[in-house]
Write a protein that binds this ligand. Structure first.
Ligand code: BT5
Length: 329
């Protein structure tokens, strides 16, 4: 997805600032210095990008920020030859639980469960994921993956989120290995990959994504977490972000399904904040100290011990906690 043009930005800014009320087409035309026909064309293009804009012949245009995800319920988007079908829930325990139940019941791939609020949102190893109203919390059911590709799925989803945010807002976004989405050293989102393997076959993968958009960050997380609202300075509809993430995801999924893991790893290295940092990793076998300097071909973090005698490769499942020390210059 390309960044919006200047005229598009002007119209969008006006609709965002008057979110929830109608803005007349004549007013938008005068603000942007274009004809009403052009306004109508630009609004149609914004709707195509996932912006929840209601059109009323008499009153003009209204962007709905809070109800945008609800509008997706039982709707579908065709992106990159796939059909993503949405189930929206006002409140649920965790979209992962719902998606896993549906995947086990045979529901088709690319079904997306999206919730306004999760009561028991979770991260890795049963950690709590704070998910109040206003955030983007969703899980996608995926199928037809090879077992060998699973270790890299957190990178595939992480890249989809990073490029989804970058291409929509032009922000600098990075990843803290293995699954944290970071802007200026604060966590704004996370990825959780779960699935089921029987024998040599992947029955399903459920990719869960949580992004702080308009939700408030609780005090206890404020020093290490932030939201797009805090960073951009205003509230955003979430459906364009969801669309942008899915548009990027289909590109990365095509790459992984064509067997080109190397390309995923090399793209992930470019956005990985953790590389060239001194790290401490807590694993079930004990602590590992050293410099994280590379990703291996399966997405594992390669660490050189401080005395340069030992090399460790750590995978997502091995890690309990990773902390970064000072940046090594
Ligand atoms: C993650 O776990 O970062 C994966 C988060 C995945 C959440 C999505 S939402 C949709 C789907 N449904 C679910 O139930 N989950 C997925 P992890 O690396 O284990 O990080 C968890 C840690 O992040 C916590 O221990 C907190 O320190 C911190 N944290 C919790 N909530 C946060 C939030 N909203 N924003 C930033 N950090 C948070």
């Amino acid at each position: 997805m390309s960044l919006p043009s200047d005229i598009e930005k002007k119209i969008l800014k006006e609709l965002l600032s008057k979110g929830g009320s109608y803005v007349s087409s004549a007013y938008l035309a005068s603000i942007a210095g274009v004809s009403r026909m052009t306004v109508s064309r630009i609004v149609r293009s914004l709707i195509g990008k996932g912006y929840p804009i209601l059109v009323d012949k008499k009153r003009g245009y209204m962007l709905t920020i809070d109800r945008d995800l609800a509008l997706l319920h039982e709707k579908a988007w065709k992106i990159g030859g796939r059909t993503f079908r949405f189930h929206y829930l006002e409140k649920c325990s965790s979209t992962q639980d719902i998606a896993i139940g549906m995947a086990q019941a045979g529901v088709q791939e690319y079904t997306v469960i999206v919730a306004e609020e999760q009561l028991r949102g979770r991260g890795r190893r049963g950690r709590m994921w704070v998910s109040p109203q206003g955030g983007l919390w969703f899980s996608i059911i995926l199928r037809n993956y090879a077992v060998k590709d699973l270790t890299i799925m957190n990178l595939v989803m992480g890249l989809s989120v990073i490029y989804g945010i970058k291409s929509l807002y032009g922000l600098e976004v990075g990843m803290k290995w293995p699954n944290d989405i970071m802007i200026s050293n604060k966590k704004i989102g996370g990825v959780l990959i779960e699935g089921s393997i029987e024998g040599n076959e992947v029955k399903y993968v459920v990719a869960g994504i949580g992004i702080n958009v308009n939700n408030d960050i609780p005090n206890e997380l404020k020093d290490k977490a932030s939201s797009l609202k805090e960073i951009l300075g205003y509230r955003q509809p979430r459906s364009p972000l969801l669309k942008s993430i899915l548009e990027n995801f289909v590109v990365f999924e095509d790459i992984i399904k064509s067997g080109n893991k190397k390309q995923i790893v090399s793209m992930a290295k470019k956005v990985m904040f953790t590389l060239n940092k001194n790290v401490t990793v807590e694993t079930p076998k004990g602590y590992v100290f050293g410099m994280a300097y590379d990703l291996d071909e399966n997405g594992g973090l390669v660490i050189m011990s401080n005395d340069k005698k030992d090399k460790y490769i750590i995978y997502v499942g091995d890690i309990i906690h990773l902390s970064e020390d000072d940046i090594v210059k």
